[in-house]
Design a protein around this ligand. Structure first.
Ligand SMILES: Cc1ncc(COP(=O)(O)O)c(C=O)c1O
Length: 340
């Protein structure tokens, strides 16, 4: 753990959070489901730039890398309601850079609210310049194309990969995992499990790698939001190997990756009944806002995991709140149909 912290401190970082994110007990939800549940509020931070979220931790390292390379424009990609693009645009604005993005529309989501509201509205407000594409397939090639166009007009692009999930971005969640481990130790909680949404995989990867060092007996469960276990496991494991290599600590590159893929249907960005139920339950028992694409589905997995005794023991569970609430506005018709 000391070696990991030492290696991490060698990587440049811009402070975008302004301090640690709090851990709190979800008293109302715990009572409602009969199990002690805690949350780490990575949806918020002292600086709370543009409504915050998990990408800020990754961008602390990615933006520092961009500045070190003399970049003046962050180039990235995501879905039409991408929290990642919103946060990248906010950081670009905060650091006096520009932001250009490729946006895709997942199948079934070409609804007016998705183009005009939620994160899409915030992207416009933050001044990001967007191009549209049919799909995220070969997105690296599309990003290189956009970077080349930015370069051709005399600017200096830095490509932030989808979701900020490169080994440099994962440094943010290695740091986040160490922070979490210290908080849990100070609070004296004997955690059974940590549950989080696993998308582009960087958050899951960083938490699994760091917790293997500081809370080795705690189960880390990633709830997939876009694909099945095999595909997601490959994504997260490959990232862990490359991150271990970048740190010069290859022994860290094979953490245990546990994934549950029962909660992402009908597909990425499309609402599920149990995900919406989780969004409503947490809003009404805690006053805390989840989203239907990531955290609602992850919470649905946590609640079902309790119900079906899927966790390895009966101890407290910590939910990593990774943000995403701005998307609620684009999905409001799905979350609260007129009768609810
Ligand atoms: C709110 C929210 N939670 C979780 C995730 C998943 O994080 P990761 O892409 O690091 O797997 C995302 C990714 O966009 C997100 O926006």
């Amino acid at each position: 753990m000391a070696l990991l912290e030492e290696r991490l401190s060698a990587f440049p970082r811009v402070d975008l959070l302004g301090g640690v994110t709090p851990i709190q007990q979800l008293v109302g939800l715990s009572e409602a489901v009969g199990r002690e549940i805690f949350v780490k509020r990575d949806d918020t931070a002292p600086l709370a730039l543009a409504f915050g979220g998990n990408k800020l931790r990754k961008l602390e390292y990615l933006a520092a890398d961009a500045l070190r390379m003399g970049a003046d424009t962050l180039v990235t990609a995501g879905a039409i309601q991408s929290n990642h693009v919103r946060q990248t645009a906010a950081i670009a604005a905060h650091l006096g850079m520009r932001c250009e993005a490729v946006l895709t529309v997942p199948p079934g989501l070409a609804k007016i609210d998705h183009f005009a509201s939620g994160n899409r509205f915030l992207m416009n407000l933050l001044g990001v310049s967007c191009e549209f594409s049919q799909s995220l397939d070969s997105i690296d090639v599309q990003l290189e194309g956009l970077a080349a166009r930015v370069k051709s007009v005399g600017r200096r692009p830095y490509v932030v990969p989808v979701g900020g999930s490169s080994p440099v971005g994962v440094m943010g969640y290695l740091r986040g995992g160490i922070e979490l481990g210290k908080q849990v130790a100070a609070m004296g909680i004997d955690l059974s499990a940590i549950v989080l949404a696993s998308g582009s995989g960087g958050t899951h990867c960083g938490i699994a790698m760091s917790l293997a060092q500081c809370l080795p007996s705690t189960q880390v469960v990633g709830i997939t939001v876009s694909c099945g276990v095999q595909e997601q496991a490959r994504k997260v494991s490959d990232l862990a190997v490359r991150t271990g290599g970048l740190l010069g600590m290859s022994e860290l590159g094979a953490p245990r990756i546990e994934l549950w893929d029962d909660y992402f249907a009908p597909g990425y960005g499309q609402c599920s009944a149990d995900g919406i139920e989780a969004v409503r339950l947490v809003a009404r028992t805690e006053g805390m806002l989840l989203d239907p694409v990531y955290t609602g589905k992850a919470m649905a997995g946590l609640l079902d995991g309790i119900e079906r005794a899927r966790f390895s023991n009966d101890g407290p569970i910590l939910f990593l709140h990774t943000g995403g609430a701005p998307a609620l506005f684009a999905y409001q018709g799905d979350i609260l149909p007129a009768a609810a």
